[in-house]
Design a protein around this ligand. Structure first.
Ligand code: CA
Length: 238
């Protein structure tokens, strides 16, 4: 069982550690545990886990500090598991380099799904898959070379900015991108661009790619934080 994914659980609450440890072991993950940020950083550099589950409120340092430190040398997927529901804290964690977050209390199925997504993308990242080529995500297809976007086989005509937004989010499939991150990467860091312009563009994108723009199936809003492209990899193509 030694090639099963190794998950580092960084958490100081014993009850949560026990619960998550049980869930992870039952699902064939190997689990390493750290109770403090310092211990976590040492374990990450010595054991190179495949994914990290990180509580933000640690006894010795803020979890965001752990993310910043670890990101200096590794792109290992980091999934923040936090009781904090304040949006700014999620934004800070994502901007520091976290891949995703789950807010406590969470369901086991949701947690496991997020871990699978994180592991899949971590493996892709380390495999250095070229970003050219195509993405097929449910009915949505993007050809990065011909810059063609189709939904259920029909051409979608996006403006230059809309295309940049969709492909940026698509290249980070399954991951939440903050408003600031998207604005910096699409427009550059021009201070004249604010979230409102992004929202207007997103409304237009959704009218073009979603069956029902009020209930998007491809790009969903993480309220107060940003956008995420849903990974429909588990779905069978029509
Ligand atoms: Ca804690």
């Amino acid at each position: 069982m030694n090639n099963m994914p190794l998950i580092l659980l960084i958490e100081d609450d014993k009850a949560i550690v026990n619960f998550m440890n049980t869930v992870l072991c039952a699902n064939q993950y190997r689990v390493l545990q750290a109770r403090t940020g310092r211990e976590a950083i040492a374990l990450i550099s010595s054991h190179c886990p495949d994914a990290i589950l990180l509580d933000l409120g640690l006894p010795d340092m803020d979890g965001v500090e752990v993310i910043r430190t670890v990101r200096q040398w590794t792109q290992v997927p980091i999934l923040v598991v936090s009781a904090r529901s304040r949006e700014q804290e999620k934004v800070d964690a994502l901007d520091a380099g976290a891949d995703d977050y789950v807010t406590k209390p969470f369901g086991t199925a949701e947690l496991l799904a997020r871990i699978r997504t994180a592991l899949r993308h971590g493996a892709q990242e380390s495999g250095r898959e070229p970003l050219g080529g195509k993405l097929q995500n449910g009915g949505l297809a993007i050809d990065f070379e011909s810059r063609q976007v189709t939904v259920d086989g029909k051409d979608v005509h996006l403006t230059h900015i809309e295309y940049k937004i969709v492909t940026l989010i698509a290249r980070h499939l399954g991951k939440v991108l903050t408003y600031d991150y998207i604005i910096r990467n699409v427009w550059g860091s021009r201070p004249t661009v604010d979230n409102q312009i992004l929202r207007v563009n997103m409304a237009n994108i959704r009218r073009k790619i979603e069956k029902n723009p009020a209930e998007p199936q491809y790009i969903i809003t993480e309220t107060g934080v940003g956008y995420r492209m849903v990974d429909n990899a588990g779905e069978t193509p029509e």
